[in-house]
Design a protein around this ligand. Structure first.
Ligand SMILES: [Zn+2]
Length: 263
């Protein structure tokens, strides 16, 4: 199986990187896509990509990391600084934290979309408390060219899922789908599970988003790619298909979207 989104270049995981990649492989995770979230992450990202044949990379400016606008030229340069950077992101909009003004976030998001279309690379989208603007930006981008991508660690509404489906976007399931339903999260969690149960199977991916969001039964611990099977198993259960089939399907989906990962 393939972890379509992790951050093994981040400080929380970097120091044990050899052990973490080995443990992932022992648990059946044959490839990983690790994501760099700003200029300060770029050298660590390249280090990881050089060190492991089976780790690919994505680079973007995370909406909460953006202090200023980035130009399309500079972003393209970063993306093209390593041949194993095969996607753009994570980018997107996050209005949960007030770190970065909305205007800067939107401008940067549109720049990432523009570069993704220009370079023909898939886009990895983060969105939190910003669904309406996220949909508008993606639709505006899709009118300008062939835009492909994924809403990573999907936790959005049914409305957002519908918009993503219309755009041909993938949804990526994280450890959140393994979280137990309780009185507090009942409506939200039931809707989320239903979204994954009904979304087209050929548009589904799985991820850890490690070091964050460890799945049950590792919830609360530092997450790592080796824990991906818990999320894959839950997704298979939601779709009423075998874990083996779900593994084959999500691996095929990964290569369809991140086509440069085949090389
Ligand atoms: Zn992430």
């Amino acid at each position: 199986m393939i972890d379509s989104h992790c951050h093994i270049g981040f400080d929380e995981l970097k120091d044990d990187i050899d052990v973490i990649v080995a443990r992932a492989m022992e648990n059946g995770v044959e490839k990983m896509l690790t994501v760099g979230c700003g200029e300060k992450n770029l050298s660590d990202l390249c280090y990881v990509l050089d060190r492991f044949d089976n780790v690919y990379g994505s680079f973007g400016i995370h909406p909460n990391e953006a202090e200023e606008v980035i130009s399309a030229e500079k972003l393209s340069q970063f993306i093209q600084s390593h041949p194993k950077i095969i996607a753009i992101g994570e980018t997107g909009l996050d209005y949960y934290y007030n770190d970065t003004p909305k205007e800067i976030q939107i401008q940067n998001f549109m720049t990432h979309i523009e570069v993704a279309i220009k370079l023909g690379l898939p886009l990895i989208v983060h969105t939190r408390d910003a669904e309406k603007d996220t949909i508008e930006c993606l639709r505006a981008g899709a009118r300008n060219g062939n835009l492909k991508g994924v809403l990573h660690c999907f936790t959005g509404s049914k409305k957002l899922a519908k918009a993503a489906q219309e755009l041909g976007f993938y949804l990526s399931a994280s450890g959140i789908i393994t979280f137990k339903i309780n009185a507090k999260n009942e409506k939200y969690q039931t809707d989320l599970l239903d979204t994954f149960a009904t979304y087209p199977t050929e548009r589904l991916l799985v991820e850890t988003d490690s070091p964050y969001l460890a799945p049950v039964p590792k919830r609360g611990k530092k997450n790592e790619p080796a824990y991906l099977p818990y999320t894959l198993t839950k997704l298979a259960e939601l779709k009423s298909i075998s874990v083996d089939d779900m593994e084959k399907i999500t691996t095929g989906n990964f290569y369809n979207l991140f086509f440069k990962g085949k090389i």
